[in-house]
Ligand binder design. Structure first.
Ligand code: ASP
Length: 439
């Protein structure tokens, strides 16, 4: 028998109907013995997430503003879930205790964590699994950093004795016993941490989409689902904005080679996307791409100076100006007498003129320009490495679509080709690449 850790996101737990789907998914596979729930999420576009309501309760209480009304929204949601499930569970004392503690000045993290806590209690009851409070097994150190060693020590023996279990996501405990949460969306991290601690065969991350898509559905019509993707490719795509999984959730499982399977609670028969370590499976994707992602709103700071290649320390002085202003750069394409840095506009807000002034002063360039309105597109795929003609195909597709390329960058790993285009050409460029490689 294998072991699967199943994390269910907020929309998978939004109401009684969704919880029934979760129950069926878990009961359908005897390997699904470690279940990590989020807090109930939105039931529709105008709905509220339980976590947001709990933060609101805390913020009201802190300002001495009555929070009964907001808390009732939370309490009603759980009561309604129990009615919809036609299930008897005495939630009243739990709700009362949480309300009292928030009123008595409990921490913001504590208040927020109760969404997962209550959801975990109900789910454990529904599945007939043992409930384990995450505060007892997911450990943080005195500085509030996640403590891998202490967590491993707490989780290992507890889980082996007690599975099948439900452990709420998103929070854990500090050494003094108080509750500490991961960043928002952190139930993904809890699932990954548990998967690593027990050496799971698979970490299933159940959400409301059929996995990762090959391109943004707002740009490309009905993009295909990515069947398998390596952690490195995922990192490249996530950096460009494609996310389903919390960034920090990748590391605990990646290091141990545990595959992550993104699945859809609303379409449980769809295989979803499998995220694998490139070491675990032979690469059989020659000539294909895995996905396309991109971001708008970059500025290129272009510097030109004759004999730049001979001038010792030129690059350092240029980058030092950025560092002094606390600005990080994304790419640095260069030529014999030119060097440009591509910087996200958000980094430059209110600083561009001073930065240019400082570059002039430090580097004495012949020409210095700031070109705004650039978009960056990454075409990513392990199947591109060592295959001749991939770049040609990409550039031909862009040329045929009438898109001018302003920058080209290929990582040495050869799993990505990055192009910079005018923001106005962004959508056309992504579609052209998708058509050339996928359709
Ligand atoms: N419920 C938390 C949030 O809304 C954590 C999570 O869902 O992963 O951020």
């Amino acid at each position: 028998m294998g072991t699967k850790v199943c994390k269910f996101g907020g929309t998978s737990l939004a109401d009684g109907k969704q919880l029934r789907k979760v129950q069926a998914i878990v009961q359908n596979d005897g390997d699904r013995r470690y279940v990590v729930p989020s807090a109930p999420g939105k039931r529709g576009p105008d709905d509220r997430k339980i976590t947001d309501l709990l933060y609101l309760c805390h913020d009201h209480a802190k300002q001495n503003i009555p929070f009964d009304q907001v808390f009732n929204l939370v309490a009603d949601r759980y009561r309604q879930i129990l009615v919809e499930l036609d299930m008897w569970f005495d939630i009243a004392p739990h709700l009362e205790k949480i309300k009292d503690e928030i009123a008595d000045g409990a921490s913001r993290d504590y208040a927020a964590s109760r969404g997962e806590y209550l959801c975990g209690l109900i789910l454990a009851e529904l599945l007939g699994y043992t409930f384990i409070d995450a505060a007892d097994v997911i450990r943080f150190d005195t500085r509030g950093q996640f403590d891998t060693t202490a967590t491993g020590q707490a989780l290992g023996p507890t889980l082996l004795k007690t599975e099948p279990v439900v452990i709420p996501g998103f929070y854990g405990g500090l050494p003094d016993g108080s509750v500490k949460t991961f960043p928002r969306g952190g139930s993904d991290i809890t699932g990954a941490v548990i998967a690593r601690a027990i050496g799971a065969d698979v970490y299933e991350n159940w959400t409301d989409v059929n996995g990762l898509l090959m391109a943004d559905p707002c740009v490309v019509d009905n993009p295909k689902t990515i069947e398998t993707i390596t952690y490195r490719e995922l990192r490249e795509l996530a950096y460009m904005g494609a996310t389903v999984l919390h960034d920090e959730a990748v590391f605990p499982v990646r290091d141990t080679g545990i595959p992550v399977n993104i699945r859809n609670t609303n379409q449980p028969n769809h295989p979803g996307t499998m995220i694998i370590s490139s070491r675990t499976k032979p690469i059989t994707h020659g000539g294909t791409i895995t996905g396309i992602a991109g971001r708008k709103d970059f500025t290129v700071i272009a510097v030109e100076k004759a004999l730049m290649n001979k001038e010792l320390g030129f690059g350092r002085r240029l980058l030092n100006v950025l560092e002094v202003h606390g600005v990080s750069f994304e790419h640095m394409p260069s030529g014999i007498d030119t060097m440009s840095v591509v910087v996200a506009d958000a980094q430059l807000k209110g600083k561009l003129d001073t930065i240019l002034e400082d570059i002039r002063h430090e580097c004495h360039p012949d020409v210095l320009e700031a070109n705004p309105h650039m978009a960056v597109i990454a075409t990513v795929g392990r199947g591109m490495a060592h295959i001749p003609g991939m770049a040609a195909k990409l550039f031909t597709a862009l040329a045929d679509a009438g898109v001018n390329i302003r920058m080209i960058d290929q990582g040495s790993s050869e799993i990505n080709i990055i192009v910079g285009v005018e923001t106005a050409d962004f959508e056309a460029a992504v579609r052209a690449i998708y058509r050339a490689f996928v359709e």
